[in-house]
Design a protein around this ligand. Structure first.
Ligand SMILES: [Cu+2]
Length: 343
């Protein structure tokens, strides 16, 4: 251990664990000159060690300016008006701001955000709408907004093309027609790209098909992400919508038989693959949401960064059902939640 004991180990064994004894045992196991392990005694403490990892306490959502429970259903349709040609115009204001965010109780992260939240607003519109994003960079670093989907080169939000980098204090209007329908995303495309994304500059971008999708009872947005607290290009925390274990501590409320649709986007930096697993159930999966016909009926999917898809399912019985990354390391470092299903 010694110098190898990093912040990541601290987070892993300390703040994110309810179990001090588990930490001690885990650390003892990594000590090179530790005595040969004796057979582990099956005491009550040892028994408790095998429970779920969790956070103790609650982050200050109000001070953070966002709550992951609210983000689930916070679809931003912008300010809608009609253009002369009958097209719907949706206008948004995006401001890049540097902001300290409490990620886990007592642990703050100097984030870069769109509109003070991670993920940024979930843009929602219909195929063919005109999207106008009034972007102001109120941060101390140059940023952009790069959207996935069709648009002219000058609206692509990359350095050296069109307006390129938007400098601190500068503004630019990104404007284009929303297409194709599907589940997309946006993120800053300044370099180093990994840092600008890992700091929190990203969000979901939903383009509904003109005819809509079949009606469901509840829709949720889940942006899978991670936090690199000590800037060593490794995530210390994993989550959906930023706060680790949030939906474990605040289960998502649904009813038996309700049709549920989840818009799932992977914006995890530094790790190649993320995944989503639903317990005691299966879901229909629509990769990128660009077709109304699912490609798969499964209980686990994986996504590389920027991959996304729509999940549809319902629960047959009441109870508590986990959902989590099936990369167990991610699940134990925060990417774990529950649906609470009632009659
Ligand atoms: Cu940036």
């Amino acid at each position: 251990m010694g110098n190898d004991f990093s912040r990541r180990d601290f987070i892993r064994t300390g703040a994110l664990s309810v179990l001090g004894t588990a930490s001690a045992v885990a650390l003892a196991k990594t000590t090179a000159n530790a005595a040969p392990p004796a057979q582990e005694a099956h005491t009550e403490d040892a028994h408790a060690m095998h429970g779920m990892p969790a956070t103790v306490g609650e982050v200050n959502h109000e001070r953070n300016g966002f709550d992951p429970t609210a983000i689930l259903t916070d679809f931003d349709y912008g300010q809608a008006t009609k253009l002369e040609n009958g097209q719907t115009l949706r206008e948004y204001s995006f401001v890049a701001v540097d902001k300290l965010i409490e990620i886990a109780p007592g642990i703050s992260f100097p984030a870069w955000t769109y509109n003070g939240r991670i993920p940024g607003p979930t843009i929602r519109c219909t195929e063919g709408d005109r999207i106008r994003i009034n972007f102001t960079n109120g941060s101390t670093h140059p940023h952009t907004i790069h959207f996935h989907g069709f648009h002219p080169a000058e609206m692509d939000g990359v350095p050296g093309v069109g307006p390129g980098l938007i400098e601190p204090g500068q503004s630019f209007i990104y404007e284009f027609d929303a297409e194709p329908f599907g589940l997309h995303l946006y993120h800053c495309h300044a370099f180093p790209l990994a840092r600008h994304i890992a700091k929190g500059l990203y969000g979901a971008f939903i383009i509904d098909p003109k005819q809509g999708r079949p009606a469901v009872d509840q829709e949720f947005v889940m942006v899978m992400n991670g936090i690199d607290l000590d800037f060593d290009d490794e995530n210390d925390i994993y989550a959906v919508n930023t706060i680790p274990f949030h939906y474990q501590n605040h289960p998502i409320q649904v009813k038996v038989g309700e049709k549920i649709r989840v818009y799932l986007v992977n914006l995890l930096e530094f790790d190649a693959i993320n995944s989503f697993h639903l317990h005691a159930n299966f879901f229909y999966y629509y990769p990128t949401g660009t077709s109304l016909t699912p490609t798969e009926f499964t209980d686990t999917i994986m996504q590389a960064q920027a991959q996304r898809g729509i999940l549809e399912f319902s629960f047959k019985w009441p109870g508590t059902y986990m959902f989590h990354a099936h990369k167990t390391e991610f699940a134990e470092l925060g990417w774990n939640g529950n649906f609470e299903v009632t009659l």
